[in-house]
Design a protein around this ligand. Structure first.
Ligand code: URA
Length: 184
């Protein structure tokens, strides 16, 4: 299935109630054959309004880290576990993740990245391990079949707690190293 075909399915999806309250599907953005994919949690208000992931305050901070370590945003693919915004930016419910995860699987198949980076605890617990603890396990690498995976702090968490920013920079520099290795 192509990314366009998967997006069309998301646009009309009613597998959970969020399909009825969203403004736009927030499907994914970037290089459709990216070697590096970032997966966040769920769209916020600005993402819901624009249909583009990580364009709000958290996204702007993510852009700064990408720039700082020398990864062009256009080279990577960015998406979320949920394609529709949960009201008031609450955490996704497990049943919403269950309803939506098939779209992410299809997206991963279509893009075929070599490295998948989870942005935050919610994505890491869903994609790496339910036991994942972000303060303990951020920046660790997990080899999962064809993919190298890791998780970093969610940029929103860095906006709330500046003390995490140094760890984030270190993790992002490691991601850039891994990225350089896989695109060589
Ligand atoms: N937070 C996320 O997890 N995803 C977005 O797209 C925006 C904010």
């Amino acid at each position: 299935m192509t990314l366009d075909e998967i997006k069309q399915k998301c646009d009309v999806c009613r597998a959970c109630p969020l399909g009825q309250t969203k403004t736009n599907t927030v499907f994914g953005t970037g290089n459709e054959r990216a070697a590096l994919m970032f997966v966040g949690e769920a769209p916020g208000q600005q993402e819901d309004e624009t249909g583009v992931p990580f364009v709000g305050a958290a996204g702007k901070l993510l852009d700064k880290y990408l720039l700082a370590v020398g990864i062009p945003r256009n080279d990577v693919y960015i998406c979320n576990i949920l394609k529709c915004r949960p009201p008031h930016n609450r955490d996704p419910k497990p049943e919403e993740e269950d309803a939506c995860i098939q779209y992410l699987r299809e997206q991963v198949r279509a893009v075929s990245p070599k490295v998948i980076v989870c942005l935050g605890r919610i994505a890491a617990m869903r994609l790496i391990s339910p036991e994942f603890k972000i303060t303990r396990d951020h920046g660790k690498w997990y080899e999962r079949g064809a993919f190298s995976m890791c998780a970093v702090y969610h940029p929103s968490a860095l906006l709330r707690d500046e003390s995490k920013k140094e760890d984030m920079l270190i993790d992002m520099m490691e991601i850039k190293k891994r990225y350089d290795e896989v695109v060589k």
